[in-house]
Design a protein around this ligand. Structure first.
Ligand SMILES: [Zn+2]
Ligand SMILES: [Zn+2]
Length: 143
């Protein structure tokens, strides 16, 4: 994702609305590697702008996703998360605290064409599940 000032510029150039609320969402996302949900971002923006609506937050997130500035991360049945890091990477999900970490997996995943004729792969994403170092420590200490 571009820096908030550059995003403001880009939105203006594209004729998209730029309001303090929208800029608040840019700011809340900038440098965030926690893969927040829309609600989490909303909570953060509301600390300084109590009147911002969840709807506005969703609109900005959708615009940013359409522009390729952020990625959506879907992890099973949990609510969709947003990722300002758009460099190719995979995710590790902690089953205890639900935090999501960026990881770089070294694997080549191939869908064998002979088993799946006609399918075209657009993207692959590897999701690792387990315990983060904090949770692994706690569970080790409990035993
Ligand atoms: Zn954890
Ligand atoms: Zn990520």
């Amino acid at each position: 994702m571009r820096a908030p000032e550059e995003l403001t510029e880009r939105f203006r150039n594209l004729g998209l609305k730029v309001t303090p609320q929208r800029q608040g969402v840019f700011q809340a996302l900038w440098g965030d590697d926690s893969h927040p949900t829309a609600e989490a971002i909303w909570g953060r923006v509301r600390e300084t702008m109590p009147t911002v609506s969840l709807r506005t937050v969703y609109q900005v997130l959708n615009d940013l996703t359409d522009l390729g500035e952020i990625n959506t991360v879907r992890l099973g049945s949990s609510p969709v998360r947003f990722d300002p890091n758009i460099d190719g990477h995979d995710h590790f999900v902690c089953e205890q605290c639900s935090r999501v970490f960026d990881v770089h997996a070294h694997a080549v995943v191939d869908l064998p064409e002979k088993h799946y004729p006609g399918f075209e792969v657009a993207a692959t994403q590897i999701v690792f599940r387990g315990f983060c170092p904090d949770c692994a420590r706690i569970s080790a200490a409990a035993h």
